[in-house]
Design a protein around this ligand. Structure first.
Ligand code: FDA
Length: 427
């Protein structure tokens, strides 16, 4: 005989934290909600791990970045969960789920039953081994997905001041970590498979500006190649990284950011999986009516584009969490999840936000210089569908978000470039 809850959330990351707050706002009663998390700490704002957490001075530490501080909301400490009658099972992995029987088994062997299950298992970092490279478990090779990864990276950084780091991957994890390494006085070489950083989102013009700045800070870029193997010393520490093009890069530490894989394995064969995630409808409800999925692990309909998408961004985790809770607790009052994709990143003194879809034709606007406001619009079939803005104010980000959501007609691309931000302000 195990315990029974009305609501169980499996996973204790960003989405779980925002769901918990929403449950209390909708009036969950004491003892009705249980959150089960493999991590030893209460839900926190994961983006902090590659930013404030890695600073050499006054680094951000828990409890200051527990959810939901990222939305300027309450900081939910373990005490908060207790005071709200929420059972927080930390350091506990869910081993199996039986969706038909509404039960799960935890790593402690306990069977827990639920009326509603919310899947918030997020994703895990892809390992080099999955691409045929061995040895990434070495003590000076770091991934960055959770707090234990961040603690390891912070320790390795501290013991390698003035050393050489190789960053594998040019996505936002690679870019943010490279900036943090530079700030920690470490020499950085970035290895990117493509022609420029963040190639999936940034245009060559935007990427070039950021890369030039990184170069001015001493960062070296090796592009269009991948790593093939490590060199080790007798302690099994990595000493160098070998690239496919024959180059060997000396390394005191290595940071790997090569993508993520959603944690769906508990549900394979039980729920419909699409685009790598748990397929849900516009209420975040899966193919089983008592199971919902939120955050990085959910593939949901993006109404604005008439497409199923799985997004790996914190804003989507927060908002999908609130929506699922609302759909469960107030089904009559909850409409379809109508989400405008949003993504942001920060490195050095740069800070940008992107809204919508990066498809179609691009126009750039603003002053392409460090410290200035600049951006880009994406236009598809005569409508604005995506906007990128660097260095904007809160109001300007709100403006571009609203304008992008409205998909206004664009007739003249040159005029759009000339108008720049004014276009969004006058939509
Ligand atoms: P999340 O990964 O936060 O949580 C999943 C939780 O489930 C984890 O605690 C995990 O341990 C747990 N879990 C998994 N399987 C389990 C099991 N079987 N049993 C129990 N628990 C289990 N986004 C953005 O828009 N801008 C940014 O700047 C950044 N920056 C950033 C930096 C870093 C370092 C990372 C890793 C990520 C970002 N992100 C980001 C992405 C953002 O953090 C991400 O989209 C959200 O954390 C997703 O929230 P979820 O709750 O879905 O997963």
């Amino acid at each position: 005989m195990g315990r029974a809850f009305v609501y169980v959330i499996v996973g204790g990351g960003v989405a779980a934290g925002y769901a918990a707050l929403e449950f209390t706002r909708k009036g969950v009663s004491d003892g009705e909600l249980c959150i089960i998390s493999e991590e030893p700490v209460a839900p926190y704002e994961r983006p902090a791990l590659s930013k404030g957490f890695l600073l050499p001075e006054d680094p951000t530490r828990l409890p200051s970045f527990h959810t939901c501080v990222g939305s300027n909301d309450e900081i939910l400490t373990p005490k908060w969960y207790k005071e709200h009658g929420i059972e927080l099972l930390l350091g506990t992995r869910v081993r199996s789920v039986d969706v038909r029987r509404n039960t799960l088994v935890s790593s402690t062997g306990e069977t827990i039953s639920y009326n509603f299950l919310i899947i918030a298992t997020g994703a895990r970092a892809l390992k080099l081994e999955e691409f045929g490279v061995e040895g990434s478990d070495a003590e000076n090779v770091c991934y960055l997905r959770d707090l234990s990864d961040a603690n390891k990276l912070a320790t390795v950084i501290q013991s390698n001041s003035n050393g050489n780091a190789v960053v594998i991957g040019g996505g936002y994890i690679g870019m943010e970590c490279a900036a943090s390494l530079v700030i920690n006085k470490i020499n950085v070489t970035m290895v990117l498979p493509g022609a420029h950083c963040m190639a999936r989102l940034l245009t060559p013009k935007i990427a070039t500006l950021y890369e030039d700045y990184y170069s001015s800070k001493g960062v070296k870029f090796v592009k269009g190649t991948v790593m093939t193997s490590f060199e080790f010393d007798s302690d099994k520490k990595v000493t160098a990284v070998n690239l496919k093009d024959g180059t060997q890069l000396p390394a005191d530490l290595v940071v790997v950011g090569i993508g993520i894989l959603p944690n769906t394995s508990l549900f394979e064969g039980q729920l419909i999986i699409e685009k790598g995630g748990i397929k849900v409808n516009s209420k975040m409800q899966s193919s089983d009516s008592s199971v919902y999925a939120i955050g990085d692990v959910a593939t949901f309909p993006v109404k604005l584009y008439g497409e199923m998408r799985r997004l790996e961004h914190v804003d989507s985790a927060r908002k999908s969490a609130r929506h699922a809770v609302s759909a469960i607790m107030e089904p009559e009052k909850t409409g379809d999840f109508d989400y405008l994709p949003c993504f942001y990143s920060r490195f050095f003194a740069f800070s940008w936000q992107f809204y919508g879809d990066h498809v179609g034709e691009v126009v750039h606007f603003g002053e392409y210089e460090e410290g200035k406001v600049f951006g880009a619009y994406w236009v598809k079939e005569g409508h604005l569908v995506g906007t990128f803005l660097e260095g904007g104010s809160i109001e300007e980000y709100e403006t571009i978000s609203k304008a992008t959501e409205m998909k206004p007609v664009v007739t003249d691309m040159e005029e759009l470039a000339r108008e720049g931000l004014r276009f969004a302000q006058t939509v």
